[in-house]
Structures are given as C-alpha cells and as structure tokens.
Design a protein around this ligand. Structure first.
Ligand SMILES: [Zn+2]
Length: 222
C-alpha cells in the first residue's frame, strides 16, 4: 500500500468514526442537523447581522452574522483553537450586494509576528474559501501590517482608532482597483477604516469590506 492509498484509507476510517453528515458544521457535535448542517442549538443562537453604518472611507460594509452565541464561539474556535474547518462555514454566509464590482479580495493582514505565532490568519482562510466559491481573485500582497498593534478587545472606539491608524501599508499595485477586504469580526470598523485609508492612499478606486461577524453595539455579547 502506497502513501496516497494509506491516506485515503485513513480518511475513510475518519469518516466512519466521525461521519461528516452527522456533525454540526459550527459546533462539531453529533446531532440532528438542518439543511445547512447546523444543530438546533447553533441554529437558534445564530442571527444575521443588521445592516451596518458605513464609515466614510469605505464604499460599503457587510457582515454575515451578529457576533454572539454560536457565531462568536465559532469565530473564537477558528482563531484560537485551530478549527480551520470553520472558515468555509463563515465564507459561505458572505454575500455581496450586486452593485459591488470587485477586482481583488484582500484579507485584513495580521502582523507577521502574530501570524507566525498563530501559524495562520483566520481572515485569510475565510477569504480563500470565499474566493473558491465565488471565483474572485485574492491578492494578499496588496496590504501589509507594518506595526504590531495590541489587541483591540479591551479598547474603546477612540482608542481602537488610534491603535490601528497607520498600522497598514498598501502596495502601489492597488492603484485603480476595486478591493474587497475580508475580516472575521468587526466592532467599530476602525481596523477596516485603517486598511481602506492605506489602500486609497495607494490609489485604490473603491474599498469594500465583508466580515463574517459584526459585534453590534447594544447587542448581547455573551
Ligand atoms: Zn451546533
């Protein structure tokens, strides 16, 4: 038996132990699933994001789910627990308004040191799954994170804006392009705005943003 036959056998064994059609797409627990492969508990705590107020520097902003309940747990598992299987789940919920004409898809970059520590960028994985589904072209090297910024989670809106301003540098290759930023979660849009400022300074024609989740102010954050 060669290596690829061995790998195929291993995957058949895994499918027999953990059949993909009985495990919830979000929490991974075995349960009765709906048409979207979600268990009843995940379905009940999953709610669509309301329409978001677009910051002036962006040409449009969209989020799929409200950042609470099972969506919040899913994003945290994707980010911190290596649950990379969740990237296609969140990517599948991103739908763009028809008016958005996109030339390039760019995930919000992590600082190289943070990416090295985490070994992957969750927004990059969501962008890859999104592009595989839509056929849009991803180009990560249009945007770099040049400053190591501290975590935004404990900062208020003003502090977040100061924290990430000038943290990004965009390539001159962005000139004239209509760019779609992809992020896992947005709260005050300060990171997305800082990315858009850098891209527009490099000549990008339009910058849109699509996020897997949005932490909407006033919403429950449990
Ligand atoms: Zn579930």
């Amino acid at each position: 038996m060669n290596a690829s036959q061995l790998r195929a056998l291993f995957h058949r064994l895994l499918d027999a132990i953990y059949p993909p059609d009985v495990a919830c797409a979000l929490c991974g627990r075995e349960a009765v699933l709906d048409a979207d492969h979600l268990c009843a508990a995940c379905r009940a705590s999953l709610s669509p994001s309301p329409a978001l107020i677009c910051p002036p520097v962006l040409d449009g902003v969209f989020a799929a789910y409200r950042y609470h309940g099972s969506a919040r747990e899913g994003i945290q598992s994707l980010k911190y627990k290596n649950q990379v299987r969740l990237a296609p789940f969140f990517a599948s919920a991103i739908t763009l308004p028809e008016l958005w004409k996109i030339d390039r898809v760019v995930p919000v970059p992590l600082h190289p040191l943070k990416q090295w520590l985490r070994s992957y960028n969750q927004s990059d994985l969501i962008a890859q799954a999104f592009c595989a589904r839509t056929g849009l072209v991803q180009q990560n090297d249009l945007l770099r994170r040049t400053r190591f910024t501290k975590s935004q989670t404990t900062l208020d809106e003003f502090e977040r804006t100061v924290n990430v301003s000038r943290a990004f540098h965009a390539s001159p290759a962005s000139k004239g392009l209509s760019v779609l930023l992809i992020d896992d979660v947005t709260t005050t849009h300060s990171t997305l705005s800082a990315c858009a400022v850098a891209l527009k300074a490099a000549g990008a024609a339009h910058v849109y943003a699509a996020c897997a989740t949005a932490a909407v102010r006033g919403a429950r954050q449990e």
